[in-house]
Design a binder for this molecule. Structure first.
Ligand SMILES: *[C@@H]1O[C@H](CO)[C@@H](O)[C@H](O)[C@H]1NC(C)=O
Ligand SMILES: *[C@@H]1O[C@H](CO)[C@@H](O)[C@H](O)[C@H]1NC(C)=O
Ligand SMILES: *[C@@H]1O[C@H](CO)[C@@H](O)[C@H](O)[C@H]1NC(C)=O
Length: 255
């Protein structure tokens, strides 16, 4: 009995080594990134289950993994409150977030105590890509806007994505609709590329500006369609340097 037990332990140990070395080798060759599928962390594509925690947990696992990693939101409709994609990460670059489905923000602004929907912070080498959609579901909150038309505002409605200290990163090829506040805010970031975004909110929505940049250097924005009710498609604040834009289709209201 004891002998069999020991053999089993040895066999398990040996198998463990084989598995571990296989994994390490996969990472070593730097081929496919390790995938972190949000549905494996509890996200449900039913449009009703709150998924923010699952998204954040999948990100944290990817962020702390070895080698390139990819957080995947598969096709389907997801509902979420505040999401935190924060570093610092230990992965080797890039860390990719692929949005295939549609993500709906909770419509009630009281769900956004930190003043944003998706917060991306302290990350180097992010790739955020589509082809999916981030829907801010701002319709119910626009009536509470106190910022429309003002250049500074104390209580802005939550932006859909806030990037803070995000370097050497690319966001591309997805759709953003009906943000509560600004669609994208970029601050304190370096070398940021935005390509092929389609940003849309009704002309009557207040303060739903497209992309706002401050305290950032080398932000390249190209091939985007931006049609909102905000003041500006792309706006620059203090400390925005080397902002390069091309092929921006700014439909509404004003360039
Ligand atoms: C981003 O770049 C700035 C300026 O070079 C640096 O201070 C900061 O630590 C960098 N952040 C990350 C997450 O790499
Ligand atoms: C900007 O970031 C991209 C993507 O990580 C990288 O390929 C490129 O070399 C960076 N450019 C500069 C000037 O740092
Ligand atoms: C522009 O962006 C759209 C997605 O909005 C994409 O389908 C198209 O290939 C892009 N064009 C170029 C020239 O990059």
């Amino acid at each position: 009995m004891a002998l069999v037990g020991r053999l089993e332990v040895k066999l398990a140990f040996f198998l463990g080594l084989v598995l571990l070395s296989g994994r390490a080798q996969g990472n070593h060759h730097g081929n496919a990134p390790t995938v972190f599928d949000v549905t494996e962390y509890g996200a449900k594509a039913d449009g009703q289950t709150e998924c923010a925690q699952a998204f954040t947990q999948a990100w944290n696992a990817a962020c702390k993994s070895n080698g390139p990693s990819s957080v995947v939101i598969p096709s389907g409709t997801y509902l979420s409150g505040e999401v935190f994609f924060h570093g610092p990460c230990t992965h080797s670059k890039p860390i990719t977030v692929e949005v295939h489905g549609t993500v709906l923000a909770q419509s009630c602004i009281s769900e956004f105590a930190n003043g944003h929907w998706i917060s991306v912070e302290d990350v180097d080498g992010l790739v955020l890509k589509g082809p999916g959609t981030l829907n801010g579901q701002g319709e119910e909150s626009w009536q509470y806007d106190t910022c429309g038309g003002k250049s500074t505002c104390d209580f802005p409605l939550p932006p859909s994505i806030v990037f803070n200290q995000v370097n050497n990163s690319i966001i591309q090829g997805f759709n953003m609709v009906n943000s509560k506040g600004f669609h994208i805010k970029i601050g304190d970031s370096h070398n940021f590329t935005i390509q092929g975004l389609n940003i849309n909110a009704p002309e009557t929505s207040p303060s739903t500006d497209g992309i706002h940049i401050s305290e950032s250097d080398l932000v390249t924005i190209s091939n985007c369609t931006i049609a909102t009710g905000g003041q500006k498609c792309i706006s620059q604040d203090e400390g925005a340097t080397n902002i390069i834009t091309s092929a921006i289709n700014c439909i509404a209201p004003r360039p």
